[in-house]
Ligand binder design. Structure first.
Ligand SMILES: [Zn+2]
Length: 153
């Protein structure tokens, strides 16, 4: 499978962002009905915010995973990741960090999916060992060090 290094980065960002969103939700869930915080405590949007936060965390992870597994649909899943990353704002957004990571990861997937890999988009080839796209003049893969076979002339 041919993979773009930006897709891999976007996957990491989305995965960490989504997990962070979910972690913050579940950390604060016991406080949701804590009297000192009011009924929904730190969730300023109440039950709606809690549900939306859990849903957005889950969809961010799904979006990031899908754009990694299916790079051909990276744009679609990148949009899903950005959208739900932004929606996580209503469910604390992983203290803003999870939200920022998700939106960045989704944007990376969109950029990577929209710009390549496609034939006629500069001479690139995939490493036969790790699948990363590299410039054809490299004798060794910069990602895994795999020795590349010389191009036929
Ligand atoms: Zn490699």
């Amino acid at each position: 499978m041919v993979r773009d290094s930006r897709i891999a980065l976007s996957f990491v960002f989305g995965l960490v962002g989504g997990l962070l969103i979910l972690t913050v939700i579940f950390l604060y869930l016991p406080f949701a009905s804590y009297p000192g915080y009011g009924y929904y405590g730190p969730f300023s949007y109440g039950a709606f915010g809690i549900l939306l936060g859990i849903a957005s965390g889950a969809f961010v992870i799904v979006g990031a995973t899908m754009s990694f597994v299916r790079p051909a649909d990276a744009v679609t899943w990148g949009i899903v990741t950005v959208l739900f990353g932004a929606l996580s704002l209503f469910g604390l957004g992983g203290f803003g960090i999870g939200m920022a990571l998700s939106v960045t990861g989704g944007a990376l997937a969109i950029v990577a999916g929209a710009s390549g890999p496609s034939p006629g988009h500069g001479p690139q080839r995939a490493c036969t060992s790790c699948g990363m796209l590299i410039a054809p003049e490299f004798a060794h893969c910069p990602y895994c060090g795999h020795a590349m076979t010389p191009l036929p002339r």
